[in-house]
Design a protein around this ligand. Structure first.
Ligand code: GLC
Length: 535
């Protein structure tokens, strides 16, 4: 098995994690000072969101230079030190690679918009007909009215799938493709372990299509994969492609495109199953999820730095999700919900832990989002997605231990107040409290790493059981695990002759009978003992 197939990923927002120099912004020095924590938690691979120089109008996803580090985070040497420190602890690191667009302040675009004859004009996509490619959907519907923006200076429109300050690169231009290979090379030379490749489906545009998932895009990805395989074997490429399972499968290619893709459609359905006390939506989407090539893996997640996207659900299900999880309109953004896991679960520890248990026992490699492991809250008063990107809450000292700067100098204030404020919701408080949520999640994470069958094993539902439980086997040739989940707030007793002879993987001391009672939102991981395996 490749390392990433059974890895625990941790998405870390560098600006929000830890401030090492006291200026109010998270940085590499801060991250290095907190690596002990990630190692203790059981993280195998850190995914760091963009750290390139950027005007920060899309929090770093608007890159103004691909060959540098934004000074707020430190120097290039600092980045290198951080990579080395992560490796010294036996962890890995992947970084975001923003391939689809640049910032409008990137020198390529500044030059390109200078005139229609600019030598860099063709790095971007221009037209004088803003009706072109009108079948392409708009992604940031709350802010953008068109995928074209008019450039006053040169008198044409340029193409952008995200904010209008993020012009799309023109992948029909071989120079652009060559630039991307140079960029890959630059970062891989520093020893990173791979990339989370941002906004993959949108690289090419073609008349009469929705400009997503085009064959040309796949061809470019194969080129990218060949390049890394040849020059930096073992490099992980993880795709952010927010698509239906059928459209996602081609991103694995014949094992010659991405090794991993985020499984976007399963995520909202985990929330739906819980809200509806019915496993069916998860059963259905996994049934529609095709098998993937050997050596590939899904990346699964509960939350990330964006809104909880509802693009991959039906209109009806989206409305259900909004009504249930985002009753206030300010909790909604574009086609999603801008809230964190703990508030979505009403701060109910039992439900948060249940969601983690589902994430860790269903197929895929789990990607944890910083702060969710301690039940951090969000701040909907902040703009855009900033409310789920607030400072990590380390302890109950000023600014939650995130920074020594005066509060007004912080990029954003930490969450305060009675529900999720740092004075009580913080890492230290939970570290010193046995049985805290952090300890429970850490124990699950560490247990999961020891049970590789949970990564790639075959999934079989116990479909004779009532709809309000989610019970399934994970198995491969050598090992079997039975995962049981109660989606309701009432305890429930199950007759499980299958459980005979299994051990409780999470709690060595608890006995396993054929009649099992799950408390409200309870879960169990039952594993075949090793002796039985070899018998
Ligand atoms: C991805 C990122 C998101 C960003 C967008 C445009 O979806 O996750 O944060 O805004 O790409 O780069």
């Amino acid at each position: 098995m490749n390392w990433y197939e059974n890895a625990i990923f941790y998405e870390l927002y560098p600006r929000a994690f830890a401030d090492g120099n006291g200026d109010g912004y998270g940085d590499f020095a801060g991250i290095r000072s907190r690596l002990d924590y990630l190692e203790w938690l059981g993280v195998d691979c850190i995914w760091m969101t963009p750290v390139y120089p950027s005007p920060l109008r899309d929090d770093g996803y608007d890159v103004s230079s691909y060959y540098g580090i934004d000074p707020m985070y430190g120097l290039m040497e600092d980045f290198q030190l951080t990579v080395d420190e992560i490796h010294r602890r036996g962890m890995r690191i992947i970084v975001d690679l923003v391939v689809n667009h640049t910032s409008d302040l990137h020198p390529w675009f500044v030059e390109a918009r200078r005139s229609k004859d600019s030598p860099m004009r063709d790095y971007y996509v221009w037209t004088n007909d803003p009706e072109k490619y009108s079948e392409a959907r708009i992604i940031f519907i709350d802010t953008e009215e068109s995928n074209w923006a008019y450039d006053e200076h040169s008198g044409e429109y340029y193409w952008h799938r995200f904010y209008s300050n993020q012009p799309d690169l023109n992948y029909d231009n071989p120079q652009v493709r060559a630039e991307m290979m140079k960029i890959l090379d630059f970062w891989l030379r520093m020893g990173i372990d791979g990339f989370r490749v941002d906004a993959v489906p949108y690289l090419f545009e073609r008349d009469g299509t929705n400009c997503e998932n085009l064959p040309e895009t796949h061809e470019f990805i194969r080129e990218m994969r060949r390049y890394v395989d040849e020059h930096y074997p073992g490099t992980l490429l993880l795709a952010e492609a927010n698509q239906w399972p059928g459209d996602l499968l081609p991103y694995f290619g014949d094992g010659d495109e991405f090794q991993m893709c985020f499984h976007f459609p399963v995520m909202p359905r985990l929330y739906m199953a819980l809200a509806q006390k019915d496993r069916q939506s998860v059963v259905d989407i996994l049934a529609k999820t095709p098998p993937i090539p050997a050596g590939c893996q899904w990346a699964t997640f509960l939350r990330n730095h964006d809104e909880l996207t509802l693009e991959m659900v039906t209109d009806e299900d989206r409305q259900f999700m909004w009504d249930y999880y985002a009753p206030e309109s300010r909790q909604r953004l574009n086609l999603g919900i801008r809230r964190r896991l703990a508030p979505l679960m009403d701060g109910d520890r039992r439900r948060i832990e249940l969601m983690y248990s589902l994430l860790l026992t269903l197929p895929g490699a789990p990607v944890l989002y910083y702060g969710d492991e301690i039940g951090m809250g969000d701040n909907v008063a902040l703009d855009d997605r900033n409310g789920v990107r607030t400072p990590m809450q380390w302890n109950d000292s000023a600014n939650g231990g995130f920074s020594t700067a005066p509060l007004e100098n912080l990029y954003n204030p930490p969450v305060s107040g009675p529900d999720y404020g740092y004075t009580h919701t913080n890492v230290l408080a939970q570290e010193v409290t046995p049985g805290s949520m952090l300890h429970v999640i850490r124990h699950m994470v560490r247990t999961r790493r020891e049970i590789p069958v949970l990564a790639r094993g075959k999934l079989t539902w116990l479909d004779h059981l009532p709809q309000h439980v989610m019970c399934f086997w994970r198995e491969n040739g050598g090992q079997r695990v039975l995962a049981l989940h109660n989606l309701t707030d009432e305890s429930i007793t199950l007759e499980l002759p299958e459980a005979d002879g299994l051990h409780d993987a999470l709690n060595e001391d608890s006995s396993v009978e054929t009649e099992i009672t799950l408390p409200p939102y309870g879960f169990r991981w039952l594993i075949e003992p090793t002796e039985a395996k070899s018998a």
